[in-house]
Design a protein around this ligand. Structure first.
Ligand code: IPE
Ligand code: IPE
Ligand code: MG
Length: 236
């Protein structure tokens, strides 16, 4: 059955373009990543105000390890500073934090910070903020299937449902709307399983400049879409 979409329940954002934002200003790439991280809170606030229940942000992919080590180290520090600075604010906002992806290769200190932030906000219900950090869609599917196999699942027990229940997004609805900034049109290994019927929206704006107004535009456009999920259109 088709349905007219309204406010997306789950928005997922590929926060791209930090490097180009910095280059445009003759700043180092890490300055772009800092500016990008500083943009997160106002977008979370706007999503919550619009009634979006889940917001997933792609912050660091399993493929981003291939960047120069200074950039990777810088990104680790920036996430750490973000948690120090923003957890209390997000908590006040009623946001519940989640981490998507692998914890391995992340330093023990950072892992602890992530765990503490998740714990502190675990009872919040206004919006769930899932941060995909050291996340790759393929790696997540591999991990889910490995876990099922390790538990002795039979071939019949490997189903769409059981795989979904072992992904790091378990318990979350699939994203209704996927936004990518900086004018790129690809998923880059983000939520590849969960995106089967997601609507897409892209903008040339670089992530640090992506404003609540851009978000409202994306939500308005989404409201005009007709989602069919393989069924027939309402007009037929
Ligand atoms: C997105 O910005 C953030 C990460 C991938 C960590 P980029 O660093 O990819 O910025 P561009 O694409 O080089 O402009
Ligand atoms: C995707 O952006 C990953 C994040 C935004 C964290 P990339 O900049 O890494 O993707 P590609 O390399 O352009 O596909
Ligand atoms: Mg990029």
């Amino acid at each position: 059955m088709s349905q007219r979409a309204r406010v997306p329940r789950h928005i997922a954002i590929i926060m791209d373009g930090n490097g180009r934002w910095a280059r445009q200003r003759r700043l180092p790439r890490l300055a772009g990543h800092r500016a990008g991280t500083e943009n997160i809170r106002r977008i979370v606030t706007e999503c919550a105000a619009q009634g979006v229940q889940y917001l997933t942000l792609y912050a660091f992919s399993t493929e981003n390890w291939s960047r120069p080590s200074a950039e990777v180290d810088g990104l680790m520090h920036i996430l750490s500073d973000f948690i120090d600075r923003e957890t209390v604010n997000l908590h006040r906002e009623g946001a519940r934090l989640r981490h998507l992806g692998r914890l391995e290769n992340i330093s023990a200190t950072l892992q602890q910070k992530i765990a503490d932030a998740i714990e502190m906000t675990s009872a919040n219900t206004r919006i769930t903020l899932a941060v995909a950090f050291n996340y790759g869609g393929r790696a997540d599917i591999v991990d889910a299937v490995r876990e099922l196999v390790a538990r002795g699942a039979t071939p019949e027990e490997i189903t769409e449902e059981s795989i979904s229940d072992h992904l790091s997004t378990r318990g979350m609805p699939d994203p209704d709307l996927i936004i990518r900034t900086s004018g790129e049109w690809r998923l880059s290994n983000f939520l590849i399983w969960q995106a089967a019927y997601s609507e897409y929206w892209t903008t040339p704006v670089y992530w640090p400049d992506f404003s609540p107004e851009h978000l409202r535009q994306a939500i308005d456009d989404y409201g005009q879409r007709e989602r069919r999920f393989g069924g027939l259109s309402e007009e037929t």
